[in-house]
Design a protein around this ligand. Structure first.
Ligand code: GAL
Length: 466
């Protein structure tokens, strides 16, 4: 027995090296416990968020309705006319895709992508909750009965007048092919502005920043490019500040312009343009955070990456702070939003007016690191999902009264007749764990799923009204 004790003691001594060893074991265990506790509380925090948003999702009847997607089954018509037997032999014809049909002005499916007759908003008020049905992709008329011209646009909710303002590219001019680069374009006319109390019926407030007709050296000369205007309000200066993509017809100037106004319905005074942080800037947006700090996000380095950085307090300039994100990933058309302290972004690929796949991204801090969650599009069919429902992101804004739900605003570009480009607004919901989470903590995903739901028509009841 004594012998056995002795053996045990020397064994203990051999493996640990005495009391020093015990102390380090204790320290390591303590550290381990602290780490576990930290992870656990982090996971619980996230899990509570999912729990809460899922509770909301399952309890609000409108949430359910917004998540009921429509499916699409579009048959591609056989090609018109016969090819000669020689031609058949030489090169078997590649099957036409839905995207080919979308881009083909002569397609028999044109009416599906660009419906001609009916209006985007049902003319009659629906009795249920006083809501309107909205049909994405149809022609959207303003209260005077004219098609809304606010492409590549964004929305400002003006707290002072409790009114929504929709700003965008006024493109009601002839489309022609730019001789320099072959891209179709419309000369600058200006920034269109529309106001609304209910988000569905819009009154034309006119062109709030107009093109320069005669001064050829001016940034806003009609021969140049003005795209993706966005407006935010600066509480400190009391000014409405507009940022926009300014370019020459060749897209080589790659700059960003600023204009200001005392009122949301303009007129805006153009202050000038710059290459932010000395870098190229093409597709862009601005985002105003809860703490009043605003950020500029723009495609740069030949569209190979995005840059993000805070604006000065007056929102009239960038600061020296800038982070490069999605480096080498070629993303554009950024649209940002925030939900429960997490920042989200939807971007598109870079294929000009042609549609491509959207990606959702998320970050705990707006300056990054940003992580990519995947394609947020749900419903329609595979091609609808791979083309962002034949549209391209431009802006996302929260639906008041329905936390976790947003309106995803996109442009369905009609490259042959740009003034007839359509608006695709769809419900976007942040709820539940992501499908393909990038990180796991005890089986809990770190990010919520971002979903954009396809609807042939959908309604927004009183929830979104002001
Ligand atoms: C897209 C861009 C649009 C417009 C277009 C011109 O890539 O998102 O805003 O610039 O190219 O072809």
């Amino acid at each position: 027995m004594r012998m056995r004790n002795k053996q045990r003691k020397s064994a203990t001594l051999r493996c640990c090296g005495g009391s020093r060893c015990l102390t380090s074991v204790a320290i390591w265990s303590l550290l381990g416990c602290l780490l576990l506790l930290n992870l656990f509380s982090n996971v619980r925090h996230k899990a509570t968020e999912y729990g809460e948003s899922q509770l909301l999702a399952s309890h609000h009847p409108l949430f359910r309705e917004l998540q009921q997607v429509d499916e699409e089954n579009i048959q591609i018509p056989p090609p018109r006319g016969k090819r000669s037997p020689r031609a058949e032999k030489r090169r078997p014809k590649r099957a036409t895709t839905l995207v080919d049909e979308f881009l083909n002005e002569e397609s028999q499916l044109r009416h599906i992508f660009f419906p001609g007759q009916e209006s985007a908003i049902d003319p009659k008020k629906n009795n249920e909750n006083d809501s309107y049905y909205y049909h994405p992709g149809r022609i959207w008329l303003d209260t005077d009965g004219n098609p809304i011209q606010a492409h590549g646009g964004g929305i400002l909710f003006d707290k002072i007048s409790r009114t929504y303002y929709w700003y965008g590219e006024y493109k009601d001019g002839p489309t022609y092919q730019s001789p320099q680069n072959g891209i179709t374009r419309v000369d600058i006319i200006g920034v269109g502005c529309y106001s609304s109390k209910d988000l569905w019926t819009w009154k034309n407030e006119g062109i709030v920043l107009a093109a320069q007709e005669t001064n050829e050296t001016h940034d806003l000369h009609k021969s140049n490019v003005l795209e993706r205007p966005k407006v935010i309000y600066n509480e400190k200066t009391g000014k409405y500040v507009m940022w926009m993509h300014i370019d020459d017809a060749n897209y080589t100037k790659a700059a960003v312009g600023v204009a200001i106004s005392d009122t949301p319905d303009g007129p805006f005074d153009y202050l000038g343009c710059q290459r932010p942080h000395g870098c190229e800037s093409r597709d862009m947006t601005i985002f105003k955070d809860d703490d009043g700090v605003a950020y500029l996000i723009y495609s740069s380095e030949d569209n190979s990456e995005l840059h993000i950085g805070p604006l000065t307090e007056d929102y009239l300039n960038v600061t020296s702070v800038m982070r490069r994100i999605f480096v080498g990933q070629r993303r554009e058309a950024p649209a940002l939003f925030k939900h429960r302290g997490t920042y989200y972004m939807i971007t598109s690929g870079c294929t000009g007016w042609a549609p491509n796949e959207a990606l959702a991204h998320a970050a705990e801090s707006i300056l990054g690191p940003w992580e990519t969650l995947g394609n947020p599009c749900i419903g329609g069919n595979k091609v609808f999902q791979q083309t962002t429902f034949f549209s391209q992101s431009t802006f996302i804004f929260p639906l008041p009264g329905l936390p976790g739900s947003f309106i995803f605003m996109a442009d369905r570009w009609n490259s042959a007749d740009l003034r007839d480009s359509r608006y695709v607004w769809l419900p976007l919901i942040v709820a539940g764990p992501a499908d393909r989470p990038l990180e796991f903590n005890f089986e809990f995903a770190l990010w919520s799923r971002v979903s954009i739901y396809w609807h042939r028509k959908w309604r927004l009841s009183r929830v979104g009204w002001v």
